[in-house]
Each structure stands twice: as C-alpha cells, then as structure tokens.
Design a protein around this ligand. Structure first.
Ligand SMILES: NC(=O)c1ccc[n+]([C@@H]2O[C@H](COP(=O)([O-])OP(=O)(O)OC[C@H]3O[C@@H](n4cnc5c(N)ncnc54)[C@H](OP(=O)(O)O)[C@@H]3O)[C@@H](O)[C@H]2O)c1
Length: 266
C-alpha cells in the first residue's frame, strides 16, 4: 500500500493517481472530507484500485494517535510525504498573521514528515523494504528572500531525508528526496500564467519523477528542474550574495505582480 499526504490536489494527487495506475492500493490523507471522497471515487473508477481515506489537518497536533490506529496492520510499502503549504510573498515581518502562519507551516511542512515517517518506517524496517518519498523544493538550495521561512522548512526536509537515507539503506529502505522547481498547481497559480516546459503540470512532473524513484536518491524530479538545481548549487557556491540578490530581485517583481492581480480582483 501507498500512503500519500496532501493528496487532494496538485503533486500529491498526481502521486496518488500515478501509483494507483501501477495497481497500488492508496491511503489518502488530507484535510477536506469531500475532496478526499471525490479522489477515492476517481481512483476507483479510473484504476479499479482500493483506497482508504484518513481525514487529517496537519496544522493540528492531535491527529497522529488516531492516524496510527487506522494505519495499524496495513502493509505499507511506500510513504509519500508530500503535504506542504506556503505563505504569500512578503518580508518576514509583513506576513499576515505571521505567528500562526509560521507555526502552521512548520507543522505541515516539517512535523508531518517526521511523525509520518516515525509511524510508518518501523513496519518497513521489519519487512526489510520500503520507499519513502519526501517532497522538498528547489528553494531549499539557497536563501529565497520573501519566502525565507518556506525555503528553510524545505532545507529541513533535505537535511533530514539525506541523513535518514544513510541510516536506513542497509535495512532495505530507499529514501527518495525530490525538490521540484515550479510545478503548476494551486500553490503556484498566482505566480504563473499556466503550465509550461519550465513549470509542468503535476501529472507530467510526477510521471517524470517516478521514472527515477527507485534509482536516484536526490533529484529535482524533472529534467529542467534538475538543470536549475545544478545551476543554483553552482552559483550559490561561487557567489552566494549575488544568487540571493537575484532571487530577491526576481521575487520583488513577482510580489508586484501578485499585488496588482489582487488589486484588480478587488
Ligand atoms: N507547486 C510547486 O511549484 C512546488 C514546487 C516545489 C515544491 N512543492 C512542494 O510540493 C508539495 C505539494 O505542493 P502542491 O503545489 O501540489 O500544493 P497544492 O496544490 O496546494 O496541494 C496541497 C495539498 O495538500 C493538502 N493540504 C494543505 N494543507 C493541509 C493541511 N493543513 N492538512 C492536510 N492537508 C493539507 C491540500 O488539501 P486541500 O485541498 O484541503 O487544500 C492539497 O491536497 C508541497 O510540499 C510543496 O511545498 C511544490
């Protein structure tokens, strides 16, 4: 069985559908019961695969005991730690309701991965096999002004995943760390005009990533994002301040676009 967190939209939904296409039963975990039911019906209709629904809001701390009970006894071979959130682009102190927003982001982007892995890994270790897919972001590579907290949560995902991969490889566990660049989803539709060669649809992205999932440990999952990743690492190494300034300048323009779009809506 496969467990996918944040599976009712975007990249998580595509992992759920794509793995179901390969005949794997799916445990769907997300916060909205209607959307969960709709995804379960689509998977049943399109792929004839069994699903199990768990409704959970990862901004809450009291979800894990119930989830553990529901997952007990299931034969879980793949865990996709996908759930994630972001705030709109702002300087740190200007993020609306910053205290709550930052806490939620750490709970959703980081604690969820740690708790889900801690819950599911023992069963995999017992069987001597399993795959953990941790969805990070290319923003983990170097500082990203105006979304510094998000980028830092993704750097956490990177660091944890690479350590975990080392600790458990001899126990038959493969940890696949995937850090996408832009993928056209609900998370990015304010910043992008539509899907493109550089910002693929989540289905295109996930199909590309799954081609390498058992072979590669650290990737951006998609050819263009892998190029960006290598270029980003190189420039951050040779000229870190310039790289940060370029990212900041680029996102200052994105912020202006975002504000303009919001003011037009009003
Ligand atoms: N899109 C990109 O360009 C991009 C780039 C790099 C990395 N990523 C990473 O990829 C992952 C997926 O991103 P995405 O773009 O697919 O996001 P998305 O389209 O916003 O989808 C997020 C999914 O997570 C669920 N979710 C959000 N908050 C939740 C919560 N508190 N509790 C339970 N479920 C929750 C959403 O459910 P609802 O339907 O209820 O909202 C939805 O199913 C994230 O970790 C993100 O950081 C994305």
């Amino acid at each position: 069985m496969v467990v996918v967190t944040g599976c009712t939209d975007g990249i998580g939904l595509s992992y759920a559908k794509e793995l179901a296409r390969h005949g794997m039963k799916i445990v769907l975990i997300s916060r909205n019961p209607e959307k969960l039911q709709a995804v379960a019906e689509v998977i049943d209709k399109d792929f004839g695969v069994e699903t199990c629904i768990i409704q959970a809001d990862f901004t809450k701390l009291d979800i894990y005991d119930g989830m553990k009970e529901k997952l007990a006894g299931l034969d879980i071979g793949v865990l996709v730690n996908n759930v994630g959130m972001i705030t709109d682009l702002h300087p740190f102190l200007d993020v609306p309701e910053g205290e709550k927003a930052f806490q939620d982001m750490l709970l959703v982007n980081n604690l969820s991965m740690i708790r889900m892995t801690h819950m599911i890994l023992p069963g995999m270790v017992e069987k001597g096999k399993g795959i953990v897919i941790n969805v990070s972001s290319i923003s983990a590579i170097s500082p990203i002004p105006f979304m510094g907290t998000y980028a830092a949560t993704k750097a956490f995902v990177d660091s944890f995943s690479r350590s975990l991969a080392y600790e458990y490889k001899d126990k038959g566990i493969h940890v696949h760390l995937v850090g996408p660049g832009y993928v056209f989803t609900k998370m990015t539709d304010k910043l992008l005009d539509g899907p493109s060669l550089t910002a693929p649809t989540p289905d295109t992205f996930v199909r590309s990533d799954l081609r390498s999932v058992t072979k590669i440990q650290v990737t951006s999952g998609y050819w263009f994002h892998n190029l960006m990743r290598e270029a980003g690492k190189f420039f951050d190494y040779v000229a870190p301040t310039v790289t940060t300034n370029l990212a900041g300048w680029n996102l200052t323009r994105e912020m202006a676009k975002q504000r303009l779009a919001e003011s037009k809506k009003k």
